[in-house]
Write a protein that binds this ligand. Structure first.
Ligand SMILES: [Cu+2]
Length: 154
């Protein structure tokens, strides 16, 4: 392989890498969706939860107002918090994404609650959900499912 071909090879690898990274992140308006994931269900379980990080690169606050998933009757936004020594979970009506900031939905904190699933979610599925933001609008996000182990609160 001469130098010229070697250069072309590196450019090819580099562009493939950039394409892979671009594909792994979903963008809508000023928002970037990072690390979406969902929990595989345990046998007999008809609810599950999903997580993601939402980054706001813009100068204005946005809000996640609704999420829909064809296989769930309803997707709720939940918050988990310590209340004294008890872990409490409650539904919230929207989630603010601060300007030039980010919000992480993760186990033990904010999460998406998938209610009334019509079938079990297996490990390794690609779950397509639609997120709706007040300003940025709607965006489809693929949540890869993982068996994350025990889900004490649900
Ligand atoms: Cu919940």
């Amino acid at each position: 392989m001469n130098i010229f071909k070697l250069n072309q090879f590196f450019i090819l690898i580099l562009s493939l890498l950039v394409m892979t990274i671009a594909h792994a992140q979903t963008k809508v308006g000023n928002l970037q969706i990072v690390k979406p994931s969902a929990r595989a269900t345990a046998p007999g379980q008809s609810i599950s939860s999903a997580y993601l990080t939402i980054e706001n690169k813009g100068p204005t606050t946005d809000r996640l107002v609704a999420v829909s998933f064809a296989r769930a009757k309803e997707v709720q936004l939940h918050e988990m918090k310590m209340d004294g020594d008890k872990m409490m979970m409650r539904q919230i009506q929207g989630l603010e994404i601060p300007a030039n900031g980010s919000v992480e939905l993760k186990p033990g904190g904010y999460h998406l609650m998938l209610m009334g699933l019509d079938s079990a979610i297996k490990d390794g599925e690609q779950l397509k959900m639609t997120l709706q933001f007040e300003k940025a609008g709607k965006v489809d996000v693929v949540f890869p499912s993982q068996a994350l182990g025990g889900m004490k609160m649900h």
